[in-house]
Write a protein that binds this ligand. Structure first.
Ligand code: MSP
Length: 642
């Protein structure tokens, strides 16, 4: 059987691993197990860390460490995280590994040789966080992707002729419709490439922390040219390239689906077979970010409820490919309903009844034909969903089978059959339950491997579950006479409140541990000012994006005598539409041309049918009219208040 080589992104080491990174790596681990079950051999999963670039250099400086020391530490933290969670990553490639540098240089040399690289110069805005030129931005503009301020830089670079690949890329997307999955993401890439492609710079001279371009000091490779090559260096010399699957988050699809194929073509190397971009994991419906302080880490969840509970939740709750929500409450609810009550209950009751009635020996089949048929349909359908990485649908199908078996047991009422002495029917009932349990256990193995292996052992199997293949999922393969083990609950029921508290306590401790590791001073606990109001930390304050803006136009709002509708220029391509309750204090025409302060990162909302994209800052006087905040000196539009 053929090989299967899949990858996760290589993660930046400017942050310690959190549940977002874990999400991708868990999904990759599940796919790896599934591919092995389908008979691919060998199945190799590569992951690693992306360690170059300014962002990392700055994070190291902030931690008072050399980039090498800092990256060693955080890379190790990622590696340990995957081990702790029991993820079967086969290769862990660091971009600071000398072996990798050779591969990057080799890729570059091949692109030079084929004539796709030239030297040019660039002056413009750069987003350090995304390591991306923002061609359309003016000085002072924020990055359109992450909203952070861009920086102006001028440098001589090596350029890659990406523009030469537009037609070839479009043809490839057309010829290989499954190259980019899911379909919505494919359409986004198509639309982007159809607009036309600009050449991209693939080296930097302003950064020291990178793979040097041979004989071209001070050029180092652009982090993305460096990072993408990891997929090759991770398996260099093993005959595993091309990758069968790159699993990534949706925000880095363009690099993978546009740049990467072009680099590979230029170097005359084969393309990966598929790129699957999944959605974002949100925390309580909000984007997770360090600055919001709403990041979740995986190990406290594993410690409290087990790695499988997290794996199951992430792959069942979120439709893979869409954005999805994480919450502790939903996690524990799902654990209780699907794992403790669903699969756990089916396993314990089935095994207990076999112990009770047959002294722990599997009775004779062949089992109920209707359940056998339901199992066949469920296996086919779940495997098909798994194949398209539709984990939630596959799991829903498997749990449908669990419910069908539960219902069957209740209807057959084996406890009555035992009493009435209907031994043939009793044996057939318990064989049906045990055989269905065997099939379910094998099918859920890719998603909850640790728990599935426990149930497998309790069913009396000596061969490891890892050795199971999809061809073993046919009905009737459970041998009568097999001795089972004592039944013990694999998913003890969790008390929701206690469990959530436990996980939150663990999370707080893990946060401090990671912050210490990153060289960040852990936030001091909230303190209280003399007047009883809570102090906030500087981190809280910087969350508020206060900007200087100029009023471009102002008008009354129909039917609302206190409101004015303003257009305020804060240095963005379009002025902000802002609805402000200042009409009693200011005439619209007196405001035009006036500098004001606005809160720029307030969630937009509708007032009287008008969108308000921010808030104007004013002194609020008791019983009096608002007074707009203003400056004595002239200040440029877009300036940030700190
Ligand atoms: N270093 C680059 C990738 C280079 S690949 C050649 C990078 N690193 S990253 O550390 O920012 O990791 C991004 C990836 O982590 C996402 O593409 C996704 O796989 C995963 N995720 C990080 N946060 C996530 C969520 N909140 N939700 C889902 N996935 C997330 O980009």
């Amino acid at each position: 059987m053929s090989k299967y080589y899949l990858t996760t992104p290589i993660y930046y080491v400017n942050a310690a691993p959190h549940i977002g990174h874990t999400y991708t790596t868990i999904a990759a681990d599940a796919i790896k197990r599934l591919k092995r079950m389908q008979g691919f051999e060998p199945v190799i999963l590569a992951t690693g860390t992306d360690e170059h670039g300014q962002k990392i250099e700055r994070a190291a400086a902030a931690a008072n460490k050399s980039p090498q020391k800092f990256t060693d530490l955080i890379s190790q933290e990622f590696r340990r995280q995957w081990e702790t969670l029991g993820l079967q990553t086969d290769r862990f490639q660091r971009t600071t590994d000398p072996k990798h540098a050779k591969v990057v240089q080799g890729l570059f040399d091949r692109c030079v040789k084929s004539g796709y690289v030239y030297k040019g110069s660039y002056t413009g805005q750069y987003c350090v966080f995304d390591e991306l030129y923002v061609n359309e931005a003016k000085p002072g503009d924020p990055c359109p992707d992450c909203g952070r301020p861009t920086e102006t830089i001028t440098e001589e670079n090596f350029y890659f002729k990406l523009s030469a690949f537009q037609e070839r890329l479009l043809k490839h997307y057309e010829d290989q419709p499954d190259f980019i999955r899911p379909e919505t993401r494919r359409n986004e890439v198509l639309a982007f490439v159809k607009q036309g492609l600009q050449d991209v710079s693939i080296s930097r001279t302003t950064i020291k922390w990178g793979v040097p371009v041979a004989n071209e000091a001070p050029h180092v490779f652009y982090v993305w040219f460096d990072a993408l090559a990891t997929y090759i260096s991770a398996v260099e010399g093993e005959g595993l390239w091309p990758a069968d699957l790159h699993l990534i988050g949706k925000e880095i699809l363009r690099f993978h689906a546009v740049y990467w194929p072009a680099f590979l073509w230029a170097a005359d190397l084969p393309l990966p077979r598929r790129i699957f971009a999944h959605g974002w994991l949100l925390f309580e419906n909000d984007k997770m970010s360090k600055s919001k302080g709403n990041m979740v880490r995986a190990t406290p969840i594993k410690d409290a409820l087990g790695a499988d509970a997290l794996r199951y939740f992430l792959l069942r709750e979120v439709v893979f490919g869409h954005d999805g929500n994480f919450s502790y409450d939903a996690l524990v609810q799902r654990y209780n309903s699907d794992l403790a009550n669903g699969l756990g209950n089916l396993a314990t009751r089935t095994l207990a009844m076999i112990h009770q009635n047959y002294s722990g020996t599997i009775p004779n089949g062949p089992g109920d034909p209707a359940i056998a048929q339901a199992a066949k349909v469920a296996v086919d359908s779940a495997l098909d969903s798994f194949e398209w990485l539709n984990f939630s649908k596959a799991l829903e199908t498997i749990w449908g089978l669990i419910s069908a078996v539960d219902k069957f047991i209740v209807e057959r009422a084996p406890w009555n059959l035992a009493k009435s002495g209907d031994t043939a029917r009793l044996a057939d009932t318990l064989y049906t339950a045990a055989e269905a349990l065997r099939i379910v256990t094998a099918l859920v193995y890719p998603v909850i491997p640790e728990s599935a292996a426990k149930i497998w052992a309790q069913l009396g199997f000596r061969t490891p579950l890892e050795a199971i293949r999809t061809t073993d999922l046919d009905w009737g393969k459970l041998a009568a006479g097999q001795e089972i083990e004592p039944a013990s609950g694999v998913f003890p029921r969790a008390d929701v409140k206690t469990m959530i508290e436990k996980m939150k306590e663990g999370e707080a401790a893990e946060l401090v541990r990671q912050q210490t590791l990153m060289g960040v001073k852990p936030a001091t606990p909230a303190s209280v000012a003399a007047d009883g109001t809570a102090h906030i930390s500087i981190d809280d304050f910087v969350k508020v994006d206060l900007r200087v803006g100029e009023v471009k136009s102002a008008s009354a709002v129909k039917g609302a005598d206190k409101l004015l509708h303003l257009q305020v220029d804060i240095g963005e391509p379009q002025p902000r539409s802002i609805v402000a309750g200042i009409a009693l204090a200011y005439k619209p025409e007196a405001l035009v041309g006036r500098k004001v302060v606005i809160v720029a990162n307030l969630a937009p909302r509708k007032l009287r049918g008008l969108e308000s994209q921010g808030m104007i800052v004013a002194a609020s006087l008791e019983g009096g009219n608002p007074v707009l905040a203003s400056f004595l000196e002239d200040v440029p539009i877009g300036a940030r208040l700190k």
